[in-house]
Design a protein around this ligand. Structure first.
Ligand code: NAD
Length: 256
């Protein structure tokens, strides 16, 4: 038993070393993250047990139809999520990705693309962060389209109102809505010329983000998945590092 654990650890070490070597020779590296990267910070994933709020599933609240029906109910849910995230701090996984982006000695260009709306990558120091699904901390007026950042949690009044008097909505992408075209175009552009593409903490079910690793792989990138669980992508990636991102990402960084 102990022998097989040692063998697994040796295999893991050699995979990390192989990845580090590939990273040292890379010109462009892209990371796509999902809710799992924030799990160890205490932010619930949608599909985890504590992802639910009252009796609602996210699919019932994160839609334009739900907002049109009951803006107060939808805002109460977002206010609850904002308060939960406000109590969380970035973890070692967020910090390792920030470090990959800032390493002055790193030989590669680095792009961080996230499906997360919690803002923890920015708090960890990543800049820029390509937020495919917007941010919990942004509010957008449904009348004049003004965007603003507001980090108060809880919000002083619900639903929040714009200076113009219009109703504000959360600055996130809801089910059935288009992703911000500039962010999406950038994500596909860098995916198509990446030498290494890291897929971290995402169940790879939500399109179009789920296509990014496939595009990268088709164009010759080494595609690496960091996730403790199997996903629909697992059989397609070049390397699977099974485990929590807050442990695995710092090990990749150390090996560099
Ligand atoms: P998901 O909830 O569908 O899947 C989470 C994935 O993370 C799973 O594959 C799980 O195995 C993995 N995971 C769990 N713990 C992990 C860990 N410690 N390290 C690495 N991986 C771990 O999340 P998704 O694929 O990002 O899709 C959900 C959608 O919901 C996204 O569009 C996102 O915008 C939104 N969402 C965001 C947040 C957030 O901002 N933190 C939280 C919940 C949902």
């Amino acid at each position: 038993m102990r022998r097989s654990v040692e063998l697994l650890e040796m295999q893991f070490e050699s995979e990390i070393r192989m990845l580090a070597e590939k990273l040292r020779g890379a010109r462009r590296v892209v990371a796509l993250t999902g809710a799992g990267v924030s799990a160890e910070s205490g932010v619930p994933t949608f599909r985890g047990a504590d992802g639910l709020w009252r009796e609602f599933r996210p699919e019932e609240l994160a839609t334009p139809q739900a907002f049109a029906r009951d803006a107060v109910l939808v805002w109460e849910w977002y206010d609850w999520r904002r308060q939960k995230v406000a109590a969380c701090a970035p973890n070692d996984g967020h910090r390792a990705l920030a470090e990959l982006g800032r390493r002055s000695s790193a030989p590669f260009e680095f792009d961080l693309v996230t499906q997360n709306v919690d803002g923890l990558h920015r708090l960890a120091g990543s800049n820029p962060v390509w937020e495919l699904h917007g941010s919990l901390w942004n509010l957008r007026c449904t009348d004049c389209s003004r965007n603003r950042e507001d980090r108060r949690a809880p919000l002083p009044s619900i639903p929040p109102r714009c200076e113009c008097g219009g109703l504000e909505r959360p600055g996130v992408v809801w089910f059935g809505e288009a992703l911000p075209s500039d962010v999406l175009a950038h994500a596909f552009e860098v995916a198509s010329c990446a030498d290494v593409f890291l897929v971290v903490g995402t169940s790879a079910l939500v399109q179009p983000a789920a296509s990014l690793p496939e595009v990268a792989g088709e164009q010759g990138a080494l595609v690496v998945e960091v996730n403790p669980e199997l996903t629909p992508l697992s059989g397609l990636v070049d390397l699977r590092l099974a485990g929590p991102s807050a442990q695995i990402l710092p090990r990749i960084l150390d090996a560099l």
